[in-house]
Design a protein. Structure first.
Lengths: 93, 376
């Protein structure tokens, strides 16, 4: 988990179509032909931050909170967004 | 959502126009100072849905221009999210269609909705749309039609005779099995204005935008303005607010190359249409700013021949009246003969869903043309 948190960078998955109402973000992951994903609150904020790839550490810092592996809420959001096909992991250099 | 006699001429109430002007620099339209009643707000929701201005209603609410009460914010967002979901499904179809047409060697430009959302508005969420519009070259039109038909998409209007599509038609429409609509354009209007359009100039230059990781091509802003103007004046008899907003948005939001715009408009003999659309957009949104294009439009004098051409698209217009009016815009005698032959002696597959016989079709066309003339 610590490797995932500190070095792996999260990014918006290719082919995801998006619209932002400022309260919610509605997404359609076209590559995997999945259903719409509606994000609000923290999940929508993560999506907006990932205009460029970031590690979980960097995301946590932007929210001014701990980046430790125990930050289960953030890691939970990220895993959920990965599972829904709207985020993926950037290949390590 | 009711208005005065002056509003009736424009076709939309002051409130509907104020909503559609949300965020548009220079608009003098005023919003109500207190929240609308439940009944008024429900009527407004119905109107913005029809006018495809849910994004602009949402912008008016979130910017604080339109005061709201109770659950009105939630109702407006829900309506807008639904429109955005439809928009995203259409953009998925757009990506699939363009990828496949490119594979088939067909050059494509995205028109109207998606191109306007991504290129002309500060946020694509402001501009929703109900179908996708693509422009293809005349000599590739049939390849595109064949490919779309092979996908299982249903062509809504067959061509009257082989060759009509690539030489004379505005384009055609397809329905996907999921009920989404693709409008395939060869030119930007039916009738004389579509025939006269300088297609070579229209294809010159252009902008591009990224959608789902793919780079898509659209027309240049000057051509997008021309198209929005044609949509306003030559489309619905009472133009919707969103194409009017497109006209204002493009004119106010881009540093247009006016020389290039005037060349395109002159070559297409579309001065009266562009002038009328710009005047109507300025009037609809009570725009205070005077731009070169709005000053030109205000000063432009439409001659009787132009007025007659535009009247073909007005109240009581029909496919037949526009088709008849197009004849004298076809540049060659051979072209005119071929056009008339296709319309007068269409194939049986074209006639079948419409008329019992060729004679019945001629009678119906003649009646429609006479009705249209009588109303001018």
């Amino acid at each position: 988990v610590s490797v995932l948190v500190t070095t792996t960078r999260y990014r918006r998955a290719r082919g995801v179509l998006a619209r932002d109402t400022e309260l919610h973000v509605v997404l359609l992951p076209t590559a995997q032909r999945r259903d719409f994903v509606l994000l609000g609150g923290g999940a929508a904020a993560i999506w907006r931050l990932l205009d460029a790839p970031l590690t979980a550490d960097q995301i946590a810092q932007r929210f001014d909170r701990s980046s430790s592996p125990e930050d289960t809420e953030l890691v939970g959001y990220l895993h959920d967004l990965l599972a829904r096909g709207v985020l993926d992991l950037e290949d390590p250099p | 959502v009711t208005g005065t006699a002056a509003d009736e001429r424009i076709g939309h109430s002051p409130l509907a126009r104020a909503i559609a002007s949300s965020g548009l620099a220079g608009s003098m339209l005023e919003f109500p100072s207190a929240p609308l009643s439940h009944r008024e707000f429900t009527a407004l929701l119905g109107h913005v849905q029809m006018q495809r201005t849910t994004g602009l209603l949402w912008d008016a609410i979130t910017s604080g221009r339109l005061p709201v009460a109770g659950s009105q914010t939630e109702q407006a967002e829900e309506l807008h999210l639904r429109a955005l979901c439809s928009t995203l499904l259409l953009e998925q179809l757009l990506l699939d269609t363009i990828a496949a047409l490119r594979k088939a060697g067909v050059d494509v430009r995205v028109l109207k909705g998606s191109a306007a959302a991504h290129l002309d508005y500060p946020d694509p969420s402001l501009r929703t749309f109900g179908d996708i519009d693509l422009l293809v070259r005349s000599d590739q039109f049939e390849t595109a039609v064949t490919w779309l038909t092979d996908q299982g998409y249903t062509r809504l209007y067959p061509q009257p005779r082989p060759g009509f599509d690539r030489n004379f038609s505005k384009g055609t429409s397809f329905l996907t099995p999921g009920g989404l609509e693709i409008d395939l354009h060869r030119t930007l209007a039916m009738g004389p204005y579509g025939i006269r359009l300088d297609l070579d100039r229209l294809w010159q230059g252009g902008d591009s935008f990224t959608l789902g990781g793919s780079r898509l091509r659209a027309l240049a802003p000057e051509s997008r303005l021309l198209h929005a103007c044609y949509h306003v004046v030559l489309g619905d008899v009472r133009p919707r607010l969103i194409p009017l907003r497109d006209v204002a948005q493009i004119a106010l939001g881009h540093h247009l190359d006016l020389g290039s715009l005037h060349e395109l408009v002159r070559a297409s003999r579309g001065q009266a249409v562009v002038a009328k659309a710009v005047r109507l957009a300025w009037q609809t949104f009570a725009l205070a700013d005077v731009l070169s294009i709005s000053a030109w439009a205000a000063a432009y004098r439409t001659d009787p021949r132009e007025a007659a051409d535009i009247a073909v698209y007005g109240k009581g217009s029909s496919y037949a009246s526009k088709s008849v009016a197009a004849i004298r815009s076809i540049p060659t005698t051979r072209g005119r003969a071929s056009y008339l032959y296709a319309l007068l002696v269409p194939t049986a597959s074209y006639l079948e869903p419409r008329h019992s016989s060729r004679l019945a079709r001629l009678r119906s066309g003649w009646r429609q043309t006479q009705i249209s003339r009588g109303r001018r």
